[in-house]
Write a protein that binds this ligand. Structure first.
Ligand code: HEC
Ligand code: HEC
Length: 200
């Protein structure tokens, strides 16, 4: 096999793996490449850590990820409820291997100022480039859009995520969600995280 043949064989075994049939249900909200759709509030899943994805699906299914009054997250409950453990794992493996796409640009943040706060309060778990750390169960943040990041951080801060006794890792993050002093700093940290993602 020549170099090109080897490359194609590698690509077809990873990035172009066959989508599990359940993925068809996800496309309307998360996009055909799992790149996320802002208008649906649905985050990018492509390139996210597989164990993290499985844990979120389990959390939606068992109503432990979000408070009951979170109407946006509530749309995920029936989606996760119809999946078996094996289907979750299968979907997560597929999604984690898809190449992430660029997200929309942060509107108002100062990435240089955000860098300092990020490295001081977030990087130890989420990694110096916001790439995530599977050993610490911390997801990749660099693939996520500014709007989604801001909303999730706020949900943790408001104890609408990471409050449930069974949500061990969500609780760790909930504990960290008072680290940033004000909205401007959150916007700055989000701008830094965004700068670490795939650029157009
Ligand atoms: C009706 C729209 C809709 C459909 C269909 C849908 N999702 Fe979602 N999904 C969402 C929304 C909205 C969120 C964001 C929830 C939040 O803000 O907490 C989300 C979040 C998620 C998350 C959490 C990601 C993270 O970073 O924490 C996972 C995992 C997920 N979806 C997987 C799937 C899978 C797999 C399917 C198909 C079986 C699917 N979704 C179908 C709307 C949808
Ligand atoms: C002690 C380790 C730790 C620190 C420090 C930490 N996080 Fe997290 N973070 C986590 C874990 C673990 C999760 C996954 C929670 C879960 O499974 O629901 C998470 C989840 C998140 C999510 C949700 C991502 C998604 O896909 O929905 C966001 C956003 C986030 N963290 C932002 C931050 C920011 C911003 C900081 C710094 C102010 C920070 N984190 C500091 C451990 C940490």
């Amino acid at each position: 096999m020549g170099r090109i043949g080897l490359l194609l064989a590698l690509l077809s075994s990873t990035a172009f793996a066959q989508a599990p049939s359940e993925f068809a249900t996800c496309v309307a909200c998360h996009g055909a490449q799992a790149q996320g759709i802002e208008a649906m509030n649905a985050p990018q899943l492509a390139g996210q850590n597989a164990d993290y994805l499985v844990r979120q699906l389990q959390g939606f299914k068992t109503n432990t990820r979000n408070s009951a009054d979170d109407a946006i997250a509530a749309t995920m409950q029936p989606m996760a409820a119809m999946l078996t453990e094996a289907q979750m794992q299968n979907l997560a493996n597929y999604l984690s291997q898809l190449p992430p796409q660029p997200t929309t640009k942060a509107a108002s943040g100062d990435a240089n100022r955000g860098y300092k706060y990020y490295q001081g309060s977030c990087g130890a778990c989420h990694g110096p480039k916001a790439e995530g750390n599977p050993m610490l169960h911390a997801p990749n943040l660099a693939i996520l859009s500014p709007a989604y990041l801001t909303r999730q951080y706020q949900q943790f801060a408001d104890k609408k995520r990471g409050f449930h006794a069974d949500d061990k890792y969500g609780r760790q993050m909930q504990f960290m969600s008072s680290a940033l002093p004000d909205e401007q700093t959150i916007a700055d940290v989000v701008a830094f995280i965004q700068s670490q993602g795939v650029q157009e």
